[in-house]
Structures are given as structure tokens and as C-alpha cells.
Design a protein around this ligand. Structure first.
Ligand SMILES: *[C@@H]1O[C@H](CO)[C@@H](O)[C@H](O)[C@H]1NC(C)=O
Ligand SMILES: *[C@@H]1O[C@H](CO)[C@@H](O)[C@H](O)[C@H]1NC(C)=O
Length: 421
């Protein structure tokens, strides 16, 4: 009797364990299609890059001593916002690098903060320009700008939005060798204000010249383009020209409700007049809650209207690549059904029929240790697309828009190739 009941108990436990394992596998399988966390970050690569940053910084400083005009180099260390996500952080770094170069100071760059793991990673694993052009890593601070030295000035910038940039620039023109900014200077409110328009022309040039992803990110992008048959804008290599569409997961709704309550407009560079004018009608009215929701959390039919608008303009576009960080598969399926529906394509005036290929972020080919580079790869795939459809309430969309508008030294993007939802 006793052994029979313990046998049953054992059987129940084994069964339970099997169910737990099955659920776990199901879950990890599900989440691995959603940029997961069951991956190993490339720590040995990061260690190598940290060391390389030191070596490059050291060589760079030694080379300065040989150049007469560079005998008294000046440096700046900015205070970054804490705990920011990928898009906000890379953008802040690019703006700081820009400010440093504009004021003829060398940029002291900090490690890249990886929010989900609360880790500091080498910046050169993500951005090259800001970690190479007239830049040294923060590990040099003590040596270059020792605490308490007369040649080190701690500064806080306090200014109206209108004067912010110039106040920061004149502070950076001070005579001290090192300037350490004790407060973050540039925030979303500033970048979303009309004043930001005045700093755009020079920042645009800065991006065109110095913005550069790491080889790790570019490698994934090239691989994705080859495997998913996505052709880069302005290139005549193989593959199909494509529309990149940035969609959000359901959780974005909370952000939208806050934006509606606070009557917020679009974010950052989405407010540049040339970009704002690409908004799919009706025009955004931040004072009207439903208007904010309409733009921030667009319906499927609104997303389709945006695609229609671009396909009518460029009828040869037959591929759509969706950038997302975990959109519900039902939403993807609905969109796919609409995009591939021949009757709908005809009604919408698509000369060459429905979309042939729909790909999205979870299909980007990558190794488990490359997961940290996927957001950057997503941004770059959206930057390279023939057309970009984004969300004006998303800081990541706004960042993509800025990178597209800046282009590179040869070509800059045109606003017509962008639609804001
Ligand atoms: C970027 O920063 C802004 C302002 O702090 C914030 O509202 C936004 O949510 C951030 N973006 C993301 C994706 O976290
Ligand atoms: C508010 O926005 C919605 C959605 O665009 C629109 O239908 C409505 O007419 C607007 N209301 C006012 C008072 O403008």
C-alpha cells in the first residue's frame, strides 16, 4: 500500500516536472523569437575591445605630443542621463561627441550602459565614430584630469532652451584643460522643442561624417540583407528594395496614454518641420487626446494607409521589413494578410499587385552571442530601407529619421521617403 502510494507520488512528480520542462521549452522557444535573454553575451569580445580602446587611446595621446599645434589638448567629460535605453543613449553620445568636436575638445567617452543586464560594455562594440574620432576612453580621466587640479573645471549648465546650445559651447571654450559637465545637458524636452531645429544643420553634418556602427552590428545587417533579400537604398546590388516599418508592442499603449494626458507632441527629430510634414493626415493635435492616440497607437488600417501612400509613390516596392521588439504574432499575421491580399492591393491602387515578401526583426539571422547587437542592426536596417514608416511618438523612430536624413557623405535621405504614423 505504502509503496503504491509513493509510486503514485513519484509518478505525479515526474509528470509535473515534465510539464514544467515542456512549458519552459515552449516559453524559451517563444521568447527566442522575441529578442530573448537566454543568450550568452560575448564577454571575451568585450574584454578584447576594452583593451583595444585603451591601446588606441594611448597611441592617440602619444601621437598628439608629436604635433606642435596639439601640444595642449583639451578634453571634456559629459554627464549622461542614467539608465537610458539603446536609442536614447546612442543619440546622447552622438550629440556629446558633436559638442566636443565643435568646441575643439577631445571627447572622453564612457562605457555603453546595457540596461537589461545593468552592465557597462565597451562603446566601440556599438559605435565607432564617437569612440575613435578625437576620443579617448573614460579610463584615462584620472590621468588626464586629476581630481583637484586647477586645470579641471566642473561645470553645470543652467539655461533656457533657446540659449542652451550656445551656453554649453561657450562653457566649453573656457581655458581649462579639462571640463567635466556635472549635469546632463540635452534632454527629450529640448530635442522636441522648436529650438532643436537650429542645431540640426550642423548635427546632420556631424552624423553624415562620424556616425558609424561597429563591425559586429554591420555584420548582422549585411547577413540579414543577403538572407532576407533586402536591398539597400541607393545601391544596385542584388535583393529587393523594401519598406521598413517600425511597430510597437502592446506595452507602448501606456506611453501613449501618458502622452495624451500630458498633451505631448512627437519626440525629438520627428518635430523637424520637414519631417513633421511627412505625417499621415490628419495632422497631430497634441491638445486633443484622441488625436494623440491616433498617431501614437495607430490602428491596422492607419498603418495600411501609410503603406498605401508610399507604394503609390513607388509602385515597385514589394517587400516590407518590420522592425519591432516583440509585436504580438496575431498583429503580424493580420498585417501580412492585408499586405498580401490581391483584391486589397488592387483597390488601393498598387500597380504591381500585393507585397511579395514580409520579413521582421525576429527573422534576423544571428548567433546567440550576438543578441546585444540586434537593436543596432534593426536601426541600421531601417536606415537603409528605401522607405521608412515610423511612429513620431517613439524615440527610436525619431533617431532612425535623424540617421536617414543625415545620410552619409554621398547621399542624404529625403523626407518624402518617410511617413510618420
Ligand atoms: C527615451 O527618453 C525619453 C525621455 O526621457 C523617454 O520618454 C522615452 O521613453 C525613452 N525611450 C525609451 C524607448 O525608453
Ligand atoms: C480630436 O481628434 C480626433 C481624431 O483625429 C478627431 O476625430 C476629432 O474631431 C478631434 N476633436 C476636435 C475637437 O478637434
Amino acid at each position: 500500500m505504502k509503496s503504491a502510494s509513493s509510486y503514485n507520488r513519484l509518478r505525479a512528480q515526474v509528470l509535473l516536472l515534465a510539464i514544467v520542462v515542456a512549458l519552459y521549452l515552449l516559453y524559451s522557444n517563444y521568447s527566442s523569437t522575441n529578442s530573448n535573454d537566454n543568450s550568452t553575451p560575448p564577454y571575451s569580445l568585450y574584454a578584447d575591445l576594452n583593451q583595444k580602446e585603451e591601446e588606441i587611446g594611448q597611441k592617440f595621446l602619444e601621437s598628439l605630443e608629436l604635433i606642435e599645434t596639439q601640444k595642449n589638448p583639451k578634453f571634456v567629460l559629459f554627464r549622461q542621463h542614467e539608465g537610458t535605453d539603446f536609442g536614447n543613449q546612442t543619440q546622447e553620445i552622438l550629440l556629446h561627441h558633436h559638442l566636443a568636436l565643435q568646441s575643439s575638445r577631445f571627447y572622453i567617452y564612457q562605457p555603453f550602459y546595457w540596461k537589461s543586464r545593468n552592465e557597462q560594455l565597451p562603446l566601440s562594440a556599438f559605435l565607432l565614430g564617437a569612440s575613435q574620432e578625437r576620443a579617448v576612453p573614460a579610463s584615462f580621466v584620472e590621468k588626464l584630469c586629476p581630481k583637484g587640479s586647477d586645470d579641471v573645471a566642473h561645470i553645470k549648465i543652467q539655461s533656457t532652451q533657446e540659449d542652451l546650445w550656445n551656453t554649453a559651447l561657450s562653457a566649453l571654450k573656457r581655458k581649462e584643460k579639462c571640463i567635466i559637465m556635472d549635469n546632463p545637458i540635452i534632454d527629450t524636452a529640448y530635442l522636441s522643442s522648436p529650438t532643436a531645429e537650429s542645431i540640426w544643420p550642423l548635427f546632420q553634418k556631424h552624423l553624415a561624417r562620424w556616425f558609424q556602427w561597429s563591425p559586429q552590428i554591420l555584420d548582422i545587417v549585411e547577413r540579414t540583407q543577403a538572407q532576407l533579400n533586402l536591398r539597400r537604398q541607393f545601391s544596385n546590388l542584388h535583393g529587393e528594395p523594401y519598406i521598413a516599418l517600425h511597430l510597437h508592442r502592446k506595452e507602448f499603449l501606456e506611453h501613449c496614454k501618458t502622452a495624451a494626458q500630458q498633451h505631448l507632441g512627437f519626440m525629438n527629430w520627428a518635430n523637424l518641420p520637414a519631417v513633421l510634414s511627412t505625417t499621415l493626415p490628419p495632422r497631430l493635435n497634441p491638445g486633443n487626446d484622441s488625436s494623440v492616440m491616433e498617431h501614437c497607437s495607430p490602428s491596422l488600417s492607419r498603418v495600411m494607409d501609410a503603406i498605401d501612400r508610399q507604394v503609390r509613390r513607388k509602385p515597385y516596392l514589394r517587400s516590407v521589413h518590420i522592425i519591432h521588439d516583440g509585436v504580438a504574432s496575431t498583429d503580424l499575421r493580420k498585417l501580412e494578410n492585408a499586405l498580401k491580399n490581391p483584391g486589397r492591393a488592387q483597390r488601393a491602387g498598387w500597380t504591381y499587385g500585393p507585397i511579395k515578401s514580409l520579413t521582421h526583426s525576429a527573422m534576423v539571422p544571428h548567433e546567440p552571442e550576438e543578441v546585444d547587437f540586434l537593436v543596432g542592426a534593426d536601426v541600421e536596417l531601417a536606415r537603409r530601407a528605401e522607405v521608412f514608416i515610423g511612429n513620431g511618438y517613439s524615440s527610436l523612430s525619431s533617431y532612425i529619421v535623424a540617421l536617414r536624413m543625415a545620410g552619409d557623405l554621398v547621399v542624404a535621405g529625403i523626407p518624402e521617403a518617410i511617413t510618420l504614423l
